[in-house]
Design a protein around this ligand. Structure first.
Ligand code: CDV
Length: 319
């Protein structure tokens, strides 16, 4: 697969709260069939792709929350997708809510897996930049309780040598943080795959709707350019349980250009030809890290979390 291959993004339209896993998996399989028919070798699906985006609701009953989680992967409902991938010889990225027991402790993560062309799980990523709140905010039209329902991912930002390239994963809000891309860039990543669920409006107000798309494309285009990597970002879109989710799934080249972008807010396939060798231009010129990075001046990046402006100066000397 090294060299040129066709990459697909399988955007999903809305998933209702009452939709079964089986019905969603059918939609994923339909997209996978279309991707394969077009000649694609890898398809990227959204974040939390098996259910509605449940962190929008405050649910005090943990059993109700747990109904949105998978305790095994693959499981009976998702196995047909794995079987189809192996049969067609197509890899995939899939986001889902993961409930697991580690060291006798139940843990819950917002997770993505990478499955290779033989249907084997070759990579797992657990979302690190969890947005939102741990407690509901009554004044908001909908909640964003990822900090309540998930732990911060504990796997870092690994990359995997698989399917002929160096592949990495991230999830939704991660794309807004340059550190996400740079940590993978420092491992030579050539394709970052990322699923997202982004409401088309800011629930806190104060942001024109068109800026949401600007911020999405700005983030993935700069991440691609500054690290010489392809980025494939795939949405769950449309009016989902009263909340309009932004579409705009896109594949970005290592030069930072958008190569393909979804036009609808429904199930939609986007495709772009990938030449992993094209990553080398940026990686060996303006973003030749070994040559140009100045880590002796970057200590604050890992030693300070929040911004701390310097103390106020003399007001008379301010301009
Ligand atoms: N699922 C997400 O991580 N959504 C956030 C929203 C809350 C801003 C995002 O960054 O798109």
């Amino acid at each position: 697969m090294k060299g040129t291959f066709l990459l697909a993004g399988g955007q999903l339209g809305p998933i209702a709260r009452t939709d079964t896993r089986a019905s969603v998996v059918k939609r994923l399989m339909a997209l996978m069939h279309r991707a394969h028919a077009a000649g694609a070798r890898l398809i990227v699906f959204p974040e939390l792709a098996l259910t509605t985006f449940f962190p929008r609701w405050y649910m005090p009953d943990q059993a109700e929350v747990d109904a949105f989680f998978e305790t095994e992967m693959p499981n009976a409902a998702v196995q047909p997708l794995f079987d189809l991938a192996a049969k067609l010889g197509i890899g995939f990225y899939l986001g889902y809510a993961e409930k697991t027991v580690q060291g006798g402790r139940t843990r819950r993560f917002n997770t993505a897996i990478l499955v290779d062309t033989k249907g084997r799980i070759v990579g797992k990523y657990r979302k690190i930049h969890l947005p939102g709140h741990a407690e509901p905010v009554p004044s908001y039209p909908w909640q964003h309780l990822e900090k309540r329902y998930f732990e911060v991912g504990d796997l870092g930002f690994p990359v995997w040598r698989t399917m002929g390239g160096i592949l990495g994963m991230a999830i939704c809000n991660d794309r807004r943080w340059p550190e996400t891309f740079r940590v993978m860039g420092l491992q030579g990543v050539e394709l970052v795959m990322l699923g997202y669920n982004t409401p088309a409006m800011n629930r806190m107000g104060g942001e024109a709707p068109h800026l949401r798309m600007v911020h999405h494309t700005l983030s993935i285009q700069s991440g691609a350019y500054q690290n010489g990597t392809y980025v494939c970002a795939v949405a769950k879109a449309g009016m989902e349980e009263g909340c309009l989710m932004m579409g705009g799934s896109a594949i970005v080249s290592p030069a930072g250009e958008i190569m393909a972008q979804a036009a609808s807010l429904e199930d939609e396939l986007i495709l772009a030809p990938i030449d992993l060798d094209a990553c080398q231009f940026n990686k060996t010129t303006v973003f030749n890290f070994a040559e140009h990075r100045r880590i002796e001046h970057y200590a604050l990046i890992t030693s300070r979390t929040g911004a701390e402006p310097p103390p106020p100066g003399d007001p008379d000397s301010e301009i």
